[in-house]
Design a protein around this ligand. Sequence first.
Ligand code: FUL
Length: 701
Amino acid sequence: MKVLKIVFLTLILISYMSCGSKVNPPEAFGPLPTKKQLNWHNMEYYAFIHFSLNTFTNKEWGYGDESPELFNPTELDAMQWARVAKEAGMKGIIITAKHHDGFCLWPSQYTERSVKNSPWKNGQGDVVKELAEACKAYNLKLGIYSSPWDRNHPEYGKPAYITYFRNQLKELLTNYGDVFEMWFDGANGGDGYYGGANEMRKINTLEYYNWDETYKLIYETSPNTLVWGVGPSEARWIGNEQGRAGKTNWSLLRQKDELAGKVHYTEFMNGHEDGEKWVPGEADVSIRPGWFYHEVEDDKVRPIEELVDIYYESIGRNANLLLNLPVDKRGLVNEHDEARLKALTKIIKNDFKTELLKHASVTTTNTRGNDKNYNANNLTDGNPETYWATDDSVKTASITFKFNQLTTVNRVLLQEHIALGQRVKAFTIEAKINDSWQTIASETTIGYKRILRFPRIETTELKINITDAKASLVLNNIAAYNAPTLVKSPEISRDKNGLITLKAENDNSIFYTVDGSKPTTSSKKYSEPFTFTDAVTVKTIAYNTDEAISSAVTTSKYGTSKADWRIVSTSSGDTASANRIIDGNPNTVWSFGDSKNVLPQDIIIDLGSVQSINGFSYFPQQVGHHLNLISNYEFYTSTNLKQWTKQSEGEFSNIKNNPIKQIKTFKTCQAQYIKFVATTSVSGSNSVSIGEIGVLNATEN
Ligand code: FUL
């Protein structure tokens, strides 16, 4: 009997010891990504190219009546676009094959409104084809944006247009090789040319396009194409055009609710913890304020610090990053954008240069079945297929990395093994500093990738505590880095009276120039605000003395100051406080118009003297829910307050999703008085607001 018992116990022991190979992998939990979506997550970062007739008409949205003959790039070189994207570490390029004005960058057999009726290559060219070839040459994937809204098509809003739209999708998905992503813009319906009807056409986006049928056609034609945006999509908009995902970011969405019109777009930043479908976020943003190339924005390419923040708040927050590089009139990614992108690439490369956990020893509070196949060494082996997992019942655990020497850290990167679902709801990071544990981060979701930035610490141990999860834990990567210090360039502001203030973070010193030259640490040192009432270009850098590092240069161009400006009259609203729109501060907002004073409403401003001007700017309200943005305007000038000349009229396209400073240029004229008329609003209400109005002085340009 005793012998039997020993044999039995030995058998149990043997099977326990050898169970390493017998422990089952964790079961998948919740909605899962498809293989196509997993490949898409792995791409992480790719370029958007906005290029079309708008590039030549200087617009963000074409109305639909612009002539194809205006499309005439002089040096179009898709190989250059692909080289720039590749060098930035991007994995693909999405091109605006057709934007809202209906002009096609490929010679579609279904319309005359395309490159075939442009002077470019005598109508023999095909931009989509050139890009497809360039992508192939650089081993990049090709993606296509084709706007569902077509402000040119006579049948838009009627069934015939849907046939046209689908025919074109078929062309695009058949003739250019593999397309990794099809991008369907949410901007749909509104006023337009529509074959000469010049009218408003409103449609119900969820019904008009019959997305189920359209998607069916896409999948039949091109099953590997991931569809983004409207309809039952496989990836979602992140809810803003600033490229920022929420800190909490689920790759799940209640898509049924969304398709029933029950989800507000602001929820896209976070996704839905209880979403029934895997619909991950893609953060889109342009490297400049606008999506299309405008020469006036050559000095407004997003500052390097902003681009770095965008990287960390998109890719670092479980979203893919789609960064727009507008191609200019020559047909090239502009050198200003390329230079800034190179600076970004360099910073990102350096931030993740040396991984620090590889050589640390690791322990965990739980390893699935005590099996080495699931142990924590898998977190640092550089192989995304191997992972650390816990027992089925374990939803909280700690992973501790012990360094063999004092180690400096300011970044931690974590990845869940999302093929098995997104699980983590909350986690913290602790560091052992001077022998005591300190919490350095307390966060929520992880997902495909999460990167945390925190002030530099010197530590001997790092501990990741998963404090809440939907199911057992499955992570495939944890990494830590010590990214170099990025000194932020100073902020520049000028008030109505020309008083210029420079601000840098921490105690960094500031150096500046006002003659257009590049500032260095030998330039003038800033000590207090100074006045400049004439047109001036301020260039400045911040300098971190401790580490002897300078920031990038920030440049601000100013026209003659508004010291002599005054409000002459307003058609409604509180005239006394209208000064807010000429105080040099776009954050002080003024509103006019109401149910009794319906649009159009106007405001007249005296510039104090006759000036040569060739444009104006309107800074819309930045905070709130875009309730009172102006969508259409007229702009007049006068030298005597009696005769007025209309210098410009039109729309502030895309202002709802991208409420940037709107700049409109016109032929140089002499003006002492300007009249700005708000003719329509985005919301349809009669009350509209203005942050700031400015003019462009002809001599500055
Ligand atoms: C928006 C469009 O209306 C813009 O013009 C741009 O194409 C952007 C990416 O999407 O909704």
